[in-house]
Design a protein around this ligand. Sequence first.
Ligand code: GLU
Length: 280
Amino acid sequence: MRKTRYGALAMAAAAALTLSACGGGGEPESGGEGTGEAAADSVRIGIKFDQPGLGFDEGGEYTGFDVDVAKYVAGELGYSEDQIEWVEAPSANRENMLANEQVDMIFATYSITDTRKETVDFAGPYFIAGQDLLVPADSDISGPEDLEGKNLCSVTGSTSATKIKEEYPGVNLVEQPGYAECVSVMASGAIDAVTTDDIILAGLAANAESGDFKVVGNTFSEERYGVGLTKGSELCSDINAAIEKMIEEGAWEEALANNLEGVDYEPNSELNPPTPDDCV
Ligand code: GLU
């Protein structure tokens, strides 16, 4: 069993290496100083680089709850931390990155949806958040119905932007590549609110360098964070077993508490910790 699982990852890593070799111009692969075999002993994990508390690049050191869950799962799959290669996975690129085998797994506030399941597989969920709004501290906006004719920022390729387009067509949606950009635009006064998952907004509010913002606290969706996998991946059951173990051992709760320190956010305790779905 272990062999199959390593085999699948090794193949994915080898395929990714071939791709980057063809693409050229990239950085050297981690662990690539020896033979191809050494390079195949690493795992490429897609995360966000700009979401404090979840997936954040602190000058080459990666922190956040997604990062901690990814490290735990990778450890259970047989990879030490120095065998992990962290790759930025912006919202709009996630499906393509998996389809092109640029990464082996994605832990990037990545909601499990039926549309996405047409092109990628998911393990998990390992966390359940809800879509909410971030507004200036003195704003009286209390939900998406107050945004008619107002400027709202969200991110291209996110469920957050899709929901607004489908259910609140009267809102003027401004799209950015990342949520941190949305917060900067709001600090400049050009938009009235930012929308995405409550846990992301709370982390951004706690870390905002300019502006005084608050999360409205009125969620209007359920965002079930899954581990994105290439279609047909054999890793789902092992990843789910790792998530269950992380929860049972208390490491899940500890990771969440550590990453939410100083952040004004309470996870929904009726939904968390979640039980991973059956792998199909
Ligand atoms: N969880 C939502 C999604 O997967 C929004 C957050 C994000 O863009 O990562 O689209």
